[in-house]
Design a protein around this ligand. Structure first.
Ligand code: UD1
Length: 417
């Protein structure tokens, strides 16, 4: 299995390009199931998760024409089943449920299993679809959903603003009969991107960007061309990278608009981040100071930045309290960073990080995507050699991570085999 070898202690200097947002690309690809006409997506990142979604669409019978970062998705649906073998690779596979059911009146989607960062049920997706008239049975590890005729508009109040449930219900509602209201909807920018594309496909949606989406169902959608927004989590990850190493980076195509909740504590800690015409420029001045953060649904501090921010705080001056409110088990990077000399204690949903002057390199192993990248950041900060195992987690969500960092002066390489 591939590993990443890092010799830490070098500042990052230079520029790197930010790709399209993985978490927008996945639901946008699933939206290709809503119409036979081609949906063309631009700025699609090259990632393992994107390949997984492509396999699901191919399994449904769609054709995908890939030309670099451009994807044309279209064709007739010949199967409404999302098999276990593909779904088990990626939880976001469940995003095909709403579109398949709305379009074909039936869907059989493997239940995404437990996940390293928490139990992550899909009950909110299922309850919302039931409110829209679907009959749902759970059998043999599969979600079996069907509806007679079209789904019907409903007033759905989400008890928690789940990103995936909002996306699934939004897509399903575009083809339902009548009006659907999704109240307490998640407001993540990726949902706004999906909604904008659906509107370009002929959907009628108001309240985009708010926590109350109102969808007037239409009988059919048509094709469209849509460019995916830049990845705010990839941007934030590189902001933290230059924070741990020092130096100065220009993140080409990176935008501050959707990152206020991260840029605020980074600036408080002592980083200088400026918007330029070509992207975000970031540098560290002196040693950073500890700053407390708490993860929350958007526009709060993103849970997908929690591990990277912790790596940064591990080498800051003073203490930081990091509280995780979205997932119940998202501190698995803590024992690994501690093996590199960090001083982090977890108390329930909070981690107290007491900054140390330097980390020391070590072999480490991670259990999920963002935890893995936090170990890469810790390795960049550490003295000596760090080996990060289980690189396949990184391949799911970071395009050309090693090349991008090496291009800015990091001593980092991938060891294959
Ligand atoms: C999405 C993101 C993921 C991010 C997360 C939170 C994608 C592909 N993934 O995941 O990177 O970390 O948002 O910002 O966009 N929940 C339920 N029942 C449900 C659905 C969710 O209890 O039916 C709970 C989950 O267990 C979790 C919380 O709600 O504790 C947040 O989950 P959700 O917002 O749905 O995250 P995802 O869409 O899975």
């Amino acid at each position: 299995m591939d590993r990443i070898l890092i010799r830490g202690g070098r500042p990052l200097e230079g520029r790197l390009a930010i790709g399209g947002a993985k978490n927008a690309a996945l639901p946008l690809m699933a939206a290709g199931l809503l119409t036979e006409a081609p949906l063309t997506l631009e700025n699609v990142p090259q990632l393992a998760d994107i390949d997984t979604m492509a396999s699901l669409l191919a399994e449904a019978g769609l054709t995908l024409e890939r030309g670099g970062r451009r994807f044309a998705i279209g064709g007739r649906i010949t199967s409404t089943e999302a098999p276990y073998d593909i779904v088990r690779r990626m939880r976001a596979s469940v995003l095909v449920l709403g579109p398949l059911l709305a379009r074909c009146g039936e869907a059989r989607v493997s239940l995404p299993g437990g996940c390293a960062i928490g139990t992550r049920p899909v009950d909110l997706h299922l309850k919302g679809l039931e409110q829209m008239g679907a009959e749902i049975r759970l059998e043999g590890g599969y979600i079996d959903a069907r509806v007679r005729g079209r789904l019907r508009g409903a007033e759905i109040v989400l008890p928690f603003p789940s990103v995936g449930a909002t996306e699934n219900l939004l897509m399903a509602a575009t083809l339902a009969e009548g009006r659907t209201i999704i109240a307490n909807a998640a407001r993540e920018p990726e949902i706004g991107d999906l909604a904008a594309c659906l509107v370009a496909m002929g959907a009628e949606i108001t309240g985009i960007g708010s926590d109350r989406l109102v969808i007037s169902g239409v009988p059919a959608l048509h094709g469209a061309t849509h460019a995916i927004l830049p990845d705010r989590i990839e941007t934030g990850t590189y902001l933290c990278a230059v924070g741990v190493t020092g130096g100065e980076l220009l993140l080409e195509g990176g935008e501050a608009t959707h990152l206020a909740a991260l840029i605020r504590p980074l600036a408080e800690a002592g980083m200088v981040i400026e918007e330029t015409a070509s992207g975000l420029r970031a540098r560290r001045e002196g040693r950073l100071a500890g700053v407390d953060v708490m993860t929350e649904p958007y526009p709060g501090f993103p849970t997908d930045m929690q591990a990277q921010f912790m790596a940064l705080m591990a080498v800051a001056e003073g203490a930081a309290m990091i509280t995780e409110t979205i997932f119940e088990n998202r501190f698995m990077h803590v024992p690994e960073i501690n093996r590199m000399g960090a001083r982090i204690n977890v108390h329930g949903a909070s981690a107290i990080v007491r900054g140390v002057a330097a980390l020391s390199g070590a072999p480490v192993m991670a259990t999920d995507l963002r935890a893995s990248v936090s170990l890469v950041l810790a390795g960049l900060a550490a003295r000596g050699e760090t080996i990060v195992n289980r690189v396949y987690h990184l391949d799911r969500g970071y395009e050309a991570l090693v090349e991008k960092l090496a291009g800015c002066g990091a001593a980092i390489e991938r060891i294959t085999g």
